[in-house]
Design a binder for this molecule. Structure first.
Ligand code: ADP
Length: 450
């Protein structure tokens, strides 16, 4: 087993990883920017190294400084968390070339899955169903022709895309050219690469994903499904596990996902994302890292996914067989953000005043905040994840409502009330959700008094 690990991240995921290190007796080294000198992950780790100024490009994305910190503190391995360098194949390759262990798949796998049009090709070969669309990047003329063939509406997506950027819906033929140019420009600005591909736009789908684990001995298991349909501008807001889907559809999704893992020789934890519509499912992407919403899978399976990551990266076989992995009840996660939904979800950095964290059977709050903590303006606005595990979906909703009512975070504006409106919303309670849910219900969800 790894003896000493550098955690190349911040916020709740850095804290989360350090906690599992403590459990396993692994020494942890935190890295931090000048803005994070007083962050919880810095205090919890056995050692901490400042890696640069506040902007992420100077610190959490600074590959050389992170590698130097790892070597200088005698770490054998680096856990990238999510975001930042977690899906940067060049970073994973640098870690490998320095003789360190990257907690994730091989850099070559990150590279192939990171290029979304290439990933689709690989998935096609592995018999994973794809959304109808181009088989790779397209030129304007090819794109136009293909859009005619598959029928509007269509989506233009950036090959290097992520976080919903570089993605454009085209509803009618006469908008194609303008949206194509806009998508290319946005992709170039965000990812320094303007390659785009085309997909049929599936209306009102559900976003359902499968958590997978693979090891270097060719073993692959799934750790269930998650429904992440509650999204705003393609960013997840609330996630549930398991996804409530027909058993035969679920079985097909598991089979496709395990085929995918085996086809690319995937090692470590990963997620295969699909959109689901009318009992058909289509691959959209594979995330080659731990996901924000991993705790809900942990709650229903009892498996510590960070522990699995560390064991697999240490060269162990997956500790569970598929038969061992059973699911119990239902879990829901709310992303608590320092933002103001009533001001178009504008970030609300500031200093935490009062903080009261709810407790109770099946309640978990993964967060780096404490009273007096300053939420820096430089990074994303998520300040915690409130998770409830119930014996049923209704029970999980009831527990979450009670916990949310009790949660007090003062000093910053949060999306706490917005979440309560979702939990009280009749469509949500019935499980009647799609990726268009927030957009369709926005007025009702914002109708609260603070
Ligand atoms: P990104 O990597 O930028 O997050 P994804 O491919 O994962 O992009 O898609 C993000 C979200 O966009 C999905 O969860 C889904 O809501 C929506 N989406 C993606 N592809 C399609 C599609 N072909 N039709 C309809 N919605 C889609």
């Amino acid at each position: 087993m790894i003896q000493r690990l550098l955690v190349a991240n911040r916020g709740e995921i850095a804290v989360r990883i350090i906690r599992t290190c403590k459990k396993l007796g692994i020494e942890s080294v935190a890295v931090y920017s000048e803005a994070d000198a007083d962050a919880l992950h810095v205090h919890l780790a056995d050692q901490a190294v400042c890696i640069g100024k506040a902007p992420a490009s100077k610190s959490y994305l600074n590959q050389e400084n992170i590698i130097s910190a790892a070597i200088g503190t005698n770490c054998e391995a680096i856990h990238p968390g999510f975001g930042f360098l977690s899906e940067d194949a060049s970073f994973a390759a640098l870690v490998e070339s320095c003789g360190l262990t990257f907690i994730g798949p091989r850099s070559s796998v990150i590279e192939s899955m990171g290029d979304k049009s290439r990933a689709k090709q690989l998935m096609k070969e592995a018999n994973v169903p794809l959304v109808p669309g181009s088989s790779g990047e397209v030129s304007l003329e090819e794109g136009k022709q293909l859009a005619e063939d598959i029928g509007y509406p269509i989506l233009i997506k950036a090959s290097a895309g992520g976080g919903g950027r570089g993605m454009r819906i085209v509803k009618r033929r006469d908008q194609f050219e303008q949206q194509f140019d806009a998508a290319k420009q946005e992709a170039q600005a965000a990812f320094s690469s303007d390659g785009v591909y085309i997909e049929k736009f599936v209306e009102n789908p559900r976003h359902i994903e499968v958590q997978v684990l693979g090891d270097k001995y060719g073993n692959a298991v799934h750790v269930g499904t998650r429904d992440c349909s509650i999204q705003r501008r393609n960013q997840k807001v609330l996630e549930e596990a398991p996804a409530n889907i027909d058993a035969s559809l679920e079985a097909q999704m598991y089979e496709a996902s395990l085929n995918a893992v085996k086809a690319v020789g995937y090692e470590n934890a990963g997620t295969i994302e699909y959109i689901v519509s009318d009992d058909a499912f289509y691959f959209i992407e594979m995330n080659t890292r731990i996901q924000v919403e991993h705790p809900i899978s942990e709650m229903i399976s009892g498996i510590d996914l960070i522990e699995e990551q560390l064991c697999i990266a240490s060269g162990e076989a997956i500790r569970h067989t598929q038969e061992d992995i059973t699911f119990n009840g239902h879990a829901i996660e709310l992303r608590i953000n320092a933002e103001d939904p009533k001001q178009d979800f504008r970030p609300s950095p500031g200093t935490i005043g009062l903080l009261h964290i709810p407790q109770g059977l099946g309640i978990r709050f993964d967060s780096p905040v404490y009273p007096g903590y300053q939420v820096p303006p430089h990074y994303d606005s998520m300040i915690g994840k409130l998770i409830a595990h119930g014996y049923s979906r209704d029970d999980a909703i009831a527990k979450l409502r009670a916990a949310l009512e009790e949660l007090i975070v003062s000093g910053v504006t949060t999306n706490q009330f917005f979440h309560m409106m979702i939990l009280m919303n009749p469509s949500f309670i019935k499980g009647n959700v799609s990726t268009a849910y927030i957009e369709n219900q926005l007025e009702a969800l914002l109708d609260y008094e603070t």
